[in-house]
Design a protein around this ligand. Structure first.
Ligand SMILES: [Zn+2]
Length: 148
């Protein structure tokens, strides 16, 4: 819930910035009432179109950065995921699995697994939450060896 609320907050802040930028553009280039105005003010209309194109590129870039930033955040504490670890093998896919990159939360809330092999487009990353008990996970391999 907190994860999606943070995403919505970032989108709302970006939307407010975009709205302010569009108001500034409309103030600099007021709408024309005359239908033949483009004939007399061609350079002004061209400049307005260029500014709107730049605004669109800024909007698209900001949206991309917001989604990219959100993808690499912890789902619990919203901190940036760290310590990328390459898993699998390119030359031994059948033996060690497909190449993946794992990111972890510095506070151990979970792991994000992202495929490094994109055969049919971009696949969704897989978030695996860790259990709250760190010691149980650390001692789990030892329990198997105790039984044997
Ligand atoms: Zn976390």
């Amino acid at each position: 819930m907190r994860y999606w609320a943070w995403f919505v907050v970032k989108l709302a802040v970006a939307a407010a910035g975009w709205r302010g930028m569009l108001k500034l553009v409309s103030r600099v280039f007021p709408p024309e009432k005359d239908l033949l105005a483009p004939l007399g003010k061609g350079v002004s209309f061209l400049l307005c179109d260029l500014v709107l194109l730049l605004c669109f590129l800024l909007f698209a870039g900001a949206l991309y950065l917001i989604v990219w930033d959100q993808r690499y955040r912890c789902r619990v504490c919203l901190r940036r995921l760290r310590m990328p670890v390459a898993r699998g093998s390119w030359s031994r896919i059948l033996l060690f699995g497909r190449p993946q990159i794992e990111y972890i939360c510095p506070y151990g809330h979970g792991t994000l697994r992202e495929d490094d092999l994109h055969i049919s487009g971009l696949s969704a990353a897989e978030w695996t939450p860790n259990s709250g008990d760190m010691w149980a996970e650390l001692c789990a391999p030892g329990k198997d060896s105790d039984r044997a």
